[in-house]
Design a protein around this ligand. Structure first.
Ligand code: FAD
Length: 526
């Protein structure tokens, strides 16, 4: 019998599989709904532009119509493959700031303050610049400088400087604020997903079994304890028993879904779908938070963008020339963190990603010519959404109500307007004089606040950071306790982005892996 069953081989699940199977006496089963990570565009960083649209490796979610976004349904890609979303993401390595974690601890996530989590970030990291008080140099996750960057990315950093902001070569250093190139989760010019970092080195362990194409339908319980999982692979269903624990790492959408399908969730909702209630847990699926993002696009009069590149040529160059050149670009090469005039504390509250290509509708809508894109998002949204069941079947998608821009004070919308204005200000700097073509989105440079509100409602999209749907806390209503144990049952933890009480100020991959590093110790301690 397996000691541990891990559901989902994503950013968190691969970390758990590695750390728990390091004990040769522990038998570990890792179940992943998606396929192996063999697609070459997973490993060539610039392949992400194409990969994200590949249905074989993507759950391809859509939100319900968003009331504050003109009733639009937004596309939410999520990885469905070994490595999960870390196999299709943009590889930007950021952690947020200490205050984010101190806020977690203050909200009831006891023991998750910055001083407590930093060692786990360092444990996972192998920064190719070397280690230090804030960085690790011996972990499995390679964090590297980009091998290739576009002149426009450097113009963006210079524009930030001209607009009065600092230049910053380490967003995870003593100070997050400023403009610079992102460090990326790459090893020798190739993507370093959680599967590459944590599974590849230990695949031969005899006490670790990895099954792909295995969709878990339900966790089973006996006398209030998780005693196994039911999963389907190749058309056959199996009931796999567990000796010690089930660890649920399905991500911010699938983890609450699977809890609910297993009888843990809001009782009324479960009964409506014919599910027997194991624990009435009204907050499962609630507290959904995401970074809403507004893109400003302009034409570029010089043919130096990534718009016209042929994928075949990039791949040819990349593999023939030893993983150099444009194939190594994560596309969102440069960025910045800014503290706006509305920031309530010392933390930067706007993040920017610069893309030297026209990225309309996640790149799904190709535009003619050359251009570039500034992404801007508000880092600490006050709006809260939820995930609900559409049916009692694991194969069906969940209903996602992101509820963007729904906070009563209208603060999130005010901040999104600030984001759009900042992007415009940056592109107006002299650094862009040689590259400034006609505006695309918005179509004019002189929009007032009301016009910008309409623009945001019509065009804002996700920047892919949903969290919070299995909230960690010390109060009785929180879904998991600070040891990540699901309240009301034994032998079951949730370990992934869903446990974050609030969004951190940055990208969410590294924090998710940190959570899993720490969870592996909590699990081993029993
Ligand atoms: C397009 C995109 C770009 C992004 N860019 C960045 C970036 O540049 N930097 C950054 O830090 N973050 C980025 N992110 C966010 C980051 O990748 C995620 O926050 C992180 O990967 C979440 O990790 P997770 O373990 O919670 O979930 P995931 O990594 O999504 O893993 C969940 C896994 O569980 C599997 N699973 C789900 N349900 C079941 C089931 N029932 N049975 C079996 N298996 C199941 C899934 O297939 C998946 O493999 C991006 C995300 C996306 C989608």
């Amino acid at each position: 019998m397996y000691d541990y069953i891990i559901i989902g081989a994503g950013s968190a699940g691969c970390v758990l599989a590695n750390r728990l199977s390091a004990d040769p006496d522990a038998k570990v089963l890792l179940l992943e709904a998606g396929p192996r990570d063999s697609h070459p565009f997973i490993h060539m960083p610039a392949g992400l532009a194409k990969l994200v649209h590949n249905r074989r490796v993507n759950w391809n979610y859509h939100t319900a119509p968003e009331p504050a976004l003109d009733g639009r349904t937004l596309w939410w890609p999520r990885g469905k493959v070994l490595g999960g979303s870390s196999s299709i993401n943009a590889m930007c390595y950021t952690r947020g700031v200490p205050g984010d974690y101190d806020e977690w601890a203050a909200s009831g996530a006891t023991g998750w303050d910055w001083d407590s989590v930093l060692p786990w970030f360092r444990r996972s990291e192998r920064n190719t610049r070397g280690g230090g008080a804030l960085h690790g140099d011996a972990g499995p996750l390679y964090v590297s400088d980009l091998r290739h960057s576009n002149p426009l990315s450097h113009a963006f950093i210079e524009a930030g400087r001209q607009a009065g902001f600092a230049v910053n070569d380490d967003f995870n250093g003593p100070r997050q604020e400023g403009f610079g190139l992102y460090q990326v989760t790459q090893k020798n010019g190739a993507r370093c997903s959680s599967a590459v970092a944590y599974l590849d080195p230990v695949r031969e362990r005899r006490n670790l079994t990895i099954v792909t194409g295995a969709q878990v339908n339900r966790i089973t319980f006996r006398k209030g304890r998780a005693d196994g999982v039911i999963y389907t692979t190749k058309g056959r269903a199996y009931h796999e028993p567990v000796a010690r624990e089930v660890l649920l790492s399905g991500g911010a959408l699938n983890s609450p879904q699977l809890l609910m399908l297993s009888g843990i969730g809001p009782a009324m909702q479960l009964r409506r779908h014919g599910i027997d209630v194991v624990v009435d847990a009204p907050q499962v699926g609630e507290n959904l938070q995401d970074h809403l993002d507004i893109c400003t696009l302009r034409h570029c009069p010089q043919p130096i963008t990534y718009d016209r590149l042929s994928d075949a040529r990039i791949a040819f160059d990349y593999y023939l020339r030893g993983r150099t050149g444009i194939g190594t670009s994560n596309i969102a090469e440069a960025g910045g963190f800014v503290r706006s005039r509305f920031a309530p504390d010392e933390r930067p509250d706007i993040q920017l990603h610069f893309v030297p290509a026209m990225l309309d509708d996640h790149g799904r809508h190709r535009l003619p010519g050359d251009g570039y894109t500034v992404h801007a998002c508000f880092l600490r949204p006050r709006s809260r959404g939820r995930v609900r069941l559409m049916s009692g079947h694991a194969g069906d998608q969940v209903r996602i109500e992101a509820n963007y821009l729904s906070d009563e004070e209208g603060f999130d919308l005010k901040m999104m307007v600030e984001c759009a204005k900042l992007s415009r200000e940056l592109l107006a700097q002299p650094a862009f004089d040689a590259y400034r073509g006609a505006p695309i989105f918005p179509a004019r440079d002189d929009l007032d606040d009301d016009d910008l509100v309409a623009f945001i409602r019509a065009k804002a999209e996700t920047i892919y950071h949903p969290v919070g749907t299995c909230r960690m806390g010390s109060d009785a209503l929180s879904v998991v306790d600070p040891q990540l144990r699901v309240r009301g049952v034994e032998g079951l933890r949730v370990v992934d982005a869903s446990v974050m009480p609030t969004l951190i100020g940055g990208n969410t991959n590294a924090p998710t892996m940190m959570i899993a590093e720490r969870a592996s110790e909590l699990t081993r301690a029993g």
